[in-house]
Write a protein that binds this ligand. Structure first.
Ligand SMILES: Cc1cc2nc3c(=O)[nH]c(=O)nc-3n(C[C@H](O)[C@H](O)[C@H](O)COP(=O)(O)OP(=O)(O)OC[C@H]3O[C@@H](n4cnc5c(N)ncnc54)[C@H](O)[C@@H]3O)c2cc1C
Length: 522
């Protein structure tokens, strides 16, 4: 392993990998140093229960990656290194306690029929929203893919004003400020349709009453209808394996089991990193830190008081608990066998329940009725399990990183090591109430607490799956801090990347790709 590179990366999450590949293509010599035994960060796959059962450790839905600007530019190269996707035509559904369900599939007539089972008016609205999506999408995706700098924003505003006029632009601004409940309530009359879409806000930290959250139910709903979902063939790690192979083929290096303990800098300029084993690695042009903001002051020994404070103050979102199940068969959903063919089934029955769960987790309480995202990847991709068997990806949202108590008054443990089992049982009881007999199908299981998520990947502070809240005060121009939404730091040649930087969390590779384009001059 060489000890001098043009760009040295701390961590090998997909953002760092995407950035590294882009720079390698521009002739930069890149070296990535990852503390974990394998690359990928929150995107990895393994046999976490039984041999032959492949589970996505964290991210399962790769739609953001498959639809990203980075992937469009590199699709052929990554496919050449084995990146492969399974397109999903039935991306998401919600089951309700009364035995009904609603879901979105790429077949418009199917979705409309489902929604009209709850409200004919909402089905009509769905059609209208979908019709307008083609016109709205370029503005919204344009904003989300734009660097958060004054000039880029001014250009974006100019284009939007020209296309939509002042009224249309202000309407878009108002929409971006709305909470999920405001927008959903003003758009749909059925509480079930509102809940089905509102569940998407909970994938981030947009509970129904949080300003700025309307965008996510809207985008995920429309994108699910228009494009479905993309899963990694054989596992989400298909993109990581391909990225590492592509970087290596271009002369780059990815070292695992290589924690970085210090960022080296002299006279305000970053010069390299020191590894935990004492080795020094020199960076000729850039040190790129794919770390949680609060790690930066520690790794650098301090930058400026204001920036250090901003990094330390960076607010995390509530945590997540994962339950990986190896199953004898998919859940038998009480609402109907049709639910087996959806990639995600949300068990988030109402906006009020979601708001309550979020408030409980924020207060440090184990929620009495957590929201479950039930991922059924083997319904789409049987290659992930032995023939006739299945894996289930159960995301328990929201859970506190540090437990202060139990909203239900049953779990006395405040230590995750002890609370894991009873909390997992609570989640499985909920699943069982919607799909009786699922417990009896369990062949193996692995519970991953918020604490374990963080132990495995220090960027997931308190099990926060989005590496920092996306509420308005910490998003757009303010992610991770005003003046630094492009990843720049007070130390020259030291850049921050990853989910904590605009445009934030998810597998869309946006932060890494935007930084790479800035450094390489496109
Ligand atoms: C449970 C869960 C489920 C999710 N589900 C989805 C989903 O279905 N779809 C979706 O789009 N998004 C999902 N996300 C979010 C998404 O996976 C993440 O936002 C994204 O993968 C973050 O990528 P990243 O490159 O910023 O960093 P990460 O993936 O967090 O990687 C950072 C890497 O840096 C390493 N590192 C940190 N510090 C050091 C150090 N000092 N030295 C060396 N290495 C270091 C870490 O070990 C890690 O490997 C999920 C996240 C979680 C946790």
């Amino acid at each position: 392993m060489p000890d001098t590179f043009d760009a040295v990366f701390i961590g090998a999450g997909h953002n760092a990998l995407a950035c590294a590949l882009h720079l390698a293509k521009k002739g930069w010599r890149v070296g990535l140093f990852e503390q974990a035994p394998v690359a990928g960060g929150a995107v990895k796959t393994g046999e976490y229960t039984l041999p032959g059962f492949r589970h996505d450790w964290a991210a399962m839905n790769l739609s953001l990656f498959a639809g990203s600007g980075f992937f469009k530019e590199n699709a052929a190269e990554l496919a050449g290194h084995g990146a492969d996707f399974v397109p999903v035509s039935k991306p998401f559904a919600s089951a309700f306690p009364d035995g009904k369900w609603c879901g979105v599939s790429t077949d418009m007539a199917e979705t409309t029929a489902r929604i009209s089972g709850f409200s004919a008016r909402d089905a009509e609205t769905w059609g209208q929203l979908m019709h307008a999506f083609g016109t709205e999408a370029p503005h919204i995706f344009g904003l989300l893919g734009s660097p958060m700098q004054f000039r880029a924003l001014a250009y974006f505003m100019f284009k939007t004003l020209r296309a939509k006029g002042l009224g249309g632009t202000l309407d878009m601004g108002r929409f971006l400020l709305q909470s999920p409940r405001q927008w959903l309530g003003q758009t749909f009359e059925s509480p079930q349709v509102q809940a089905m879409l509102g569940a998407w806000g909970m994938h981030l930290d947009f509970a129904p009453d949080i300003a700025g959250g309307a965008l996510f139910p809207y985008l995920e709903g429309m994108a699910g209808q228009a494009f479905g979902m993309a899963l990694g063939k054989g596992g989400a790690d298909t993109i990581i394996t391909a990225l590492v192979a592509a970087i290596t083929a271009r002369g780059g290096h990815v070292a695992c089991n290589a924690p970085v303990s210090r960022i080296l800098h002299r006279d305000g300029i970053a010069t390299g990193v020191e590894l935990a084993d004492g080795r020094s690695i020199t960076a000729r042009r850039a040190v790129i830190a794919g770390v949680a903001p609060r790690a930066l002051p520690r790794l650098t020994g301090g930058m400026t008081p204001a920036f250090d404070k901003a990094m330390t103050d960076f607010t995390r979102a509530p945590g997540t608990m994962m339950i990986h199940l190896a199953l004898d068969g998919l859940p038998d959903w009480a609402a109907g066998a049709a639910l087996k063919s959806f990639a995600y089934v949300h068990l988030a029955p109402s906006l009020d329940q979601m708001a309550r769960t979020y408030a409980q987790a924020q207060a440090g309480l184990l929620p009495d009725e957590p929201i479950l995202v039930v991922g059924q990847p083997t319904g789409q991709d049987p290659s992930r399990a032995p023939e006739g068997k299945h894996v289930l990806w159960l995301q328990v949202r929201m859970t506190p990183g540090t437990i202060k108590g139990d909203a239900k008054g049953e779990i006395t443990a405040t230590d995750w090591a002890e609370a894991a089992e009873p909390m997992a049982e609570r989640a499985l009881d909920i699943l069982e109430s919607y799909a009786p007999g699922t417990r009896a199908k369990i062949l193996g299981r692995r519970i991953v607490t918020p604490k374990e998520l963080e132990a495995e990947n220090p960027n997931l502070v308190g099990g926060d799956q989005v590496c920092g809240s996306h509420h308005m005060a910490q998003h757009f121009l303010f992610r991770p801090a005003r003046g630094h939404a492009d990843g720049a730091t007070p130390i020259k040649n030291l850049h921050l990347t990853g989910a904590a930087v605009w445009p934030g969390a998810g597998t869309g590779a946006g932060p890494g790709y935007l930084l790479a384009r800035k450094l390489a001059g496109k």
